[in-house]
Design a protein around this ligand. Structure first.
Ligand code: CU
Length: 131
């Protein structure tokens, strides 16, 4: 019985990988980083390759976008980032996402890039759902 379960799990994983590898970007999400806020034009997308286009709208602070998957125990897994965007700058990252709960967050820490505060702690995060 245990062996049969193992084979089923491998087959399911293989099918998932093939489906993802052939997919074009399923969605594009525009993300705006500002004075300790993260906003986006979508709150949820379908699973698949998702392109995040991040823009730092702040006049003076460096921000970044990290796509964090929320694990069942509440901890986070960082799946990809657009790092260290200066004021007015933008960038993008494409990540294959599976269904679940995510956070779009800025992980600039106190002391990083001249920042006096930890951006995540100051509210730079937004809940995001993959269906
Ligand atoms: Cu920030």
């Amino acid at each position: 019985m245990r062996m049969m379960l193992g084979v089923a799990a491998v087959a399911a994983a293989g099918a998932f990988f093939v489906a993802c590898a052939d997919d074009k970007p399923a969605a594009t999400v525009a993300v705006k980083l500002d004075s300790f806020t993260v906003s986006s034009d979508k709150a949820e997308v379908m699973a698949g390759n998702v392109t995040f286009k991040a823009t730092n709208a702040h006049a003076s602070e460096v921000h970044e976008l990290a796509v964090l998957r929320v694990r069942p125990d509440g901890s986070f897994e960082n799946l990809g980032e657009v790092e260290d965007l200066g004021p007015g700058k933008g960038g993008e990252v494409t990540i294959a996402l599976t269904p679940g709960d995510y956070l779009l967050a800025c992980l600039i820490a106190e002391g990083e890039a001249g920042s006096k505060v930890d951006h995540f702690a100051y509210g730079m995060r937004r809940a995001f759902t993959v269906k």
